[in-house]
Write a protein that binds this ligand. Sequence first.
Ligand SMILES: C[S@@+](CC[C@H](N)C(=O)[O-])C[C@H]1O[C@@H](n2cnc3c(N)ncnc32)[C@H](O)[C@@H]1O
Length: 244
Amino acid sequence: MINDFLYDNPEFYELVFPPRGKSELCISIFEKYLVETPSSILDIGCGTGRDLADFSKRYPDCVGFDATQSMVAYAKRKNPKLNVFTGDMRTFRLSRTFDVICALGGCMNFALSNEDLDATFKTYQSHAHKGSLLLLQPLNPSDYFGEFKVPDKFFMPYKDSTAVGEMSYNLLKLQQVVERTRTWTVEGQNETFCDSMSYRIIFPAEISYFLNQNGFDVLDIFEADGSASYANKSMYVVARYKGC
Ligand SMILES: C[S@@+](CC[C@H](N)C(=O)[O-])C[C@H]1O[C@@H](n2cnc3c(N)ncnc32)[C@H](O)[C@@H]1O
């Protein structure tokens, strides 16, 4: 169950999480692993649609979907020409395939159980044809296991003041699920609000397993700085669909 102030108020999501060159990095990955320029891109869990908007400037046929209605509405408001839908990554079907399928910004971590993961990978497969490139950006598991390295505070400009979001985390180690609660306090004002969400921590070998089971070959797993140091917030997984 997602109850997230930033997802309900996407303009704040964009303030708290600036893009940091993510779409440019994705484009360089498409160019590295595809022989031909892709003509179609599907962004699963596209959020505010900002990566999709960047992809649309280069590639003719870009489509996205996201489970959070407010994110999709914001994406459409900001870029009325964007082809975005509301849909759940476990079940949504567009009845067509794409040259590139991506699931960025930890979207796949919302598949909490193995059954959810299985269904999500089936969605990737359902939208792939032979040679389709799949690009995933799961959270880095090393932030949660061993020394906890995730931030415990966020700051954002809010109603002429600053809202401070203080997080606490409960790691269910057996399930590999993190329960995150956050209390927002608006500085100088008597206003607080809470939100909460759960997400699954997924290790690279698990991802490789689900990819192989669903007809994908893993091409590479690395972090944004090109390393495999387990030092960054997320990882990039590149895979290619073998076809049936
Ligand atoms: C951290 S945001 C990332 C958004 C965007 N991909 C980006 O990188 O900025 C995660 C997104 O996953 C979406 N999401 C969560 N569960 C989902 C599901 N079951 N199906 C589709 N989208 C989902 C959320 O609504 C949210 O927009």
